[in-house]
Design a protein around this ligand. Structure first.
Ligand SMILES: Nc1nc2c(c(=O)[nH]1)N[C@H]1C(S)=C(S)[C@@H](COP(=O)(O)O)O[C@H]1N2
Ligand SMILES: [Mo]
Length: 363
């Protein structure tokens, strides 16, 4: 077994902060991702919390601030389960670094995404007891893990608009895939914000603050934003420029065959995942064996819910020689993924939703 209970064949981009993604083959064909395979994204060292002394504070623009133990959370509200695909905003970043280098950011392949079944209470139920005041517009999450990457170094945090915080799918979760939440995934408690970039699902949660404005934490105010074109990303975001990332958008990846594989020619299964985001589902996936000259429609699995990925598969007749397999997905609103990573390139390398390409050699 590898670091933090992960499988041995994870790609460990960094040991501390721990950043690791499963190989393509481990994600292939699995609707739920086993905990030992689930990617992990961290900005600081994994903190240790003593569950007995741990408390969750609910404060800010509320009439009735709360201090909760884990037992309070388990017993005061009705627990519920949500199946969620978590995706890091940096998933598939390597597709952007091929266009132009992105120094200082983790070179994620297509594995910064995984699906779990989370169990906990609805944030909406907890907030209802705290009673938000007029003027409440955002809900900020705070955690104790200090990130040396932030300017200045600070604990991790972020926020979501109140409307999303009150949505029934947003959980405060203490369990994942039927087992207690592992430490590396945020024990004893994490926020789970389905359909939003993973960055908003804050782990090791200690404080939920109702505010009039978004969190001013570095990871909300500076990082995880698309900077205005032609400006220095950090200064621009500090000036309030740029676009904060929130809802996930349509994306897909090719999982089989593996990039760089040598294969026999002929009929070959090609599989992958697709995720619609925006509360939509994936309606269609096309796959090409000739860099997008001709396309074949793949079979797409039924959506288990609006917050989870779908699996797709087809068989392509691969010709002799160097072959580039390309995929593109449509969502239920008819939106198609953009072709070019060049158009999407940004200095932090977020949200690469361009057509995935896998190069293999056949024969
Ligand atoms: N406290 C804390 N929460 C965090 C992070 C972090 O570094 N610290 N990383 C975020 C990011 S960017 C992602 S993509 C997800 C990853 O969750 P996982 O490690 O459980 O897969 O956690 C989010 N929550
Ligand atoms: Mo992330």
């Amino acid at each position: 077994m590898g670091l933090w209970g992960k499988r041995d064949d994870m790609t460990v981009h960094e040991r501390d902060p721990f950043n690791a993604e499963p190989p393509r083959s481990a994600l292939a064909d699995a609707h739920l991702t086993p905990v030992d395979t689930f990617y992990s994204r961290n900005h600081g060292s994994v903190p240790a919390a003593d569950p007995a002394r741990w408390r969750l504070e609910v404060d800010g623009l509320v009439d009735h601030p709360l201090t909760l133990t884990l037992d309070d959370l388990r017993t005061r509200w009705k627990p519920t389960d949500v199946e969620v695909t978590l995706e890091c905003a940096g998933n598939r970043r390597t597709g952007l670094t091929e266009v132009r280098d992105i120094p200082g950011e983790t070179p994620w392949g297509p594995g910064a995404i995984s699906t779990g079944r989370f169990h906990g209470v609805r944030l909406a139920d907890v907030l209802a007891d705290a009673r938000p005041r007029p003027g409440a517009a955002h809900v900020a999450f705070a955690a104790p893990d200090v990130s040396p990457l932030a300017r200045p170094p600070q604990p991790y945090g972020g926020s979501v608009p109140l409307a999303k915080a009150l949505a029934p799918e947003v959980l405060l979760a203490w369990s994942m895939n039927g087992a207690p939440l592992p430490r590396v995934h945020g024990a004893p408690l994490r926020a789970v914000v389905p359909g939003w970039i993973g960055a908003r699902s804050v782990k090791w949660l200690t404080r939920v603050t109702v505010r009039g404005t978004p969190s001013d934490n570095y990871f909300q105010a500076v990082a995880y934003r698309l900077p205005p074109t032609g400006t220095d990303p950090v200064t621009a975001a500090l000036d309030g420029g740029g676009l904060p990332l929130g809802p996930l958008t349509l994306n897909c990846a090719i999982l089989r065959p593996d990039d760089g594989a040598r294969l026999p020619c002929g009929p070959t299964p090609v599989t992958g995942y697709a995720l619609a985001g925006q509360g939509r589902t994936v309606a269609r996936v096309d796959v090409s064996h000739d860099s997008g000259g001709t396309w074949r429609r793949a079979d797409v699995s039924a959506a288990a819910g609006p917050w989870v990925w779908q699996q797709w598969r087809t068989t392509l007749d691969l010709p002799h020689g160097d072959v580039e397999i390309v995929a593109r997905a449509w969502d239920s609103a008819g939106t198609v993924m953009p072709e070019s990573p060049g158009r999407l390139w940004n200095p932090k390398g977020y949200t690469n939703t361009s057509w995935p390409r896998t190069r293999v050699r056949c024969g």
